[in-house]
Ligand binder design. Structure first.
Ligand code: ADP
Ligand code: MG
Length: 379
């Protein structure tokens, strides 16, 4: 993997040394790329707002890296346009795009020490040595790497290497930062801490950022908006909350969060599922079928006489999994649909209901999400 500019003569890049720190918007239009007959990016339109933290989220092979590499300039699309602000960059070499880039494998130079790795983009831009030293030191401080400047890369832990890669990406104050699964090699605890740190760094720097992950929780944690990729197309782009609360399609609902699904039959404007009449704020049709999305934490286990004003279902318990902060209760509704509930444990409640126990389950009308039939079943 090449780094921004490392294949170019330094003189070429000196002229483009970073100036303004103003955040830039990115506008991608009808961007397409195919390998042989297989489209990998299929007429992608994407707007990243100035200063926004936007995450590309999708399953493996959906085109995330390809799209990011096209924005960075390491990959030439077959057609389409990419603008940074007013400037068309689709034919511009990577080093002229003024992008800070963090690759999945960090792509550090093993033969250079930490300070030389971090200072690389500045030397490339012919920044004077004293200024380089000062900016490297402050980038190292920012990532708690003060005093590590003379360490060799192979003397660092995975988490420290990852910080070196981040320091190198921001040291020349790029106007756009691109990151491809930068936390995927870290263990869970460190990854979750770095998610918060990266988010805070973004709030300080305000640099337009495009971040790639296949981890939906990471995307929800970090992003202003999330673009969900499905086989080279953007299936949905919105805020984490909007996507979670109203996924709009079964593919998105399955990819973000946990869900159970019920088939709903609608006749004369009356919807029925699993033997119950359903009320919802927006019926997608007066006649036909749709799918109901049930998020496990929005479901209530109802006692006798409870559930007034809710959509209520009857079923029985099939299993219970204690997970510390929550209890995952597995049920099957009358009619055979499996539905999972996530109940908060507060201590003091008795043992969970044993398999076979009849239960009533409720969901508020305002939490009742129906997907139109045409959005069903991503093949
Ligand atoms: P993601 O990052 O979402 O996992 P990629 O953008 O890496 O996905 O890849 C998208 C699709 O393009 C995959 O099916 C992958 O196999 C294919 N692909 C990527 N690069 C190449 C290449 N150089 N030659 C052929 N196919 C490729
Ligand atoms: Mg990838």
């Amino acid at each position: 993997m090449r780094l921004a500019g490392d294949h170019e003569r330094p003189r070429d890049v000196a002229a483009s040394a970073s100036g303004s720190a103003t955040a830039l918007p990115i506008a991608v239009r009808r961007l397409s790329k195919a390998y042989g007959a297989v489209p990998v990016l299929d007429e992608i339109d994407l707007d990243v707002r100035p200063g926004e933290f936007l995450t590309l989220l999708g399953p493996s092979g959906s085109g995330k890296t390809t799209l990011l590499m096209a924005i960075a300039g390491f990959l030439r699309p077959d057609k389409g346009s990419i603008r940074f602000g007013e400037r068309e960059v689709v034919r511009l070499a990577p080093h002229k795009r003024e992008i800070g880039m963090v690759f999945q494998n960090y792509a550090l130079f093993p033969h250079m020490d930490v300070a030389r790795n971090v200072g690389f983009p500045l030397r490339l831009r012919r920044v004077p040595a004293a200024e380089t030293a000062r900016r490297v030191e402050s980038a190292l401080e920012m990532f708690q790497l003060g005093g590590f400047g003379t360490r060799r890369i192979d003397q660092l832990s995975g988490g420290q290497r990852q910080r070196v890669a981040l320091a190198r990406a921001i040291v020349f104050e790029p106007r756009i930062i691109l990151m491809d699964e930068p936390l995927s090699a870290l263990d869970k605890q460190l990854r979750e801490r770095m998610q918060i740190e990266l988010r805070q760094l973004h709030e300080r720097l305000g640099t337009t950022t495009v971040y790639v992950t296949h981890d939906q929780r990471e995307a929800l944690t970090m992003s202003d908006r999330v673009a969900i990729l499905d086989r080279g197309r953007i299936a949905r782009i919105d805020t984490p909350r909007a996507i979670y609360d109203d996924p709009g399609s079964r593919f998105v609902a399955e990819f973000i969060g946990e869900s159970s699904f019920l088939d709903v039959a609608i006749a004369n404007g009356i919807a029925r599922a699993a033997g119950a009449t359903i009320r919802a704020d927006n019926l997608p049709t007066r006649q036909g079928r749709c799918t109901m999305v049930l998020r496990p934490e929005r479901l209530h286990l109802l006692g006798p006489g409870e559930g007034e004003g809710m959509n209520c279902f009857e079923g029985r318990v099939t299993g219970a999994v204690y997970q510390g902060d929550t209890l995952l209760l597995q049920t099957v509704l009358n009619g055979g649909s499996p539905v999972a509930l996530r109940l908060t444990t507060r201590g003091g409640e008795g043992p969970p209901p044993v398999p076979g126990t009849p239960v009533r389950i409720g969901i508020a009308v305002s939490d009742t999400v129906l997907l139109p039939d045409e959005a069903r079943g991503a093949p």
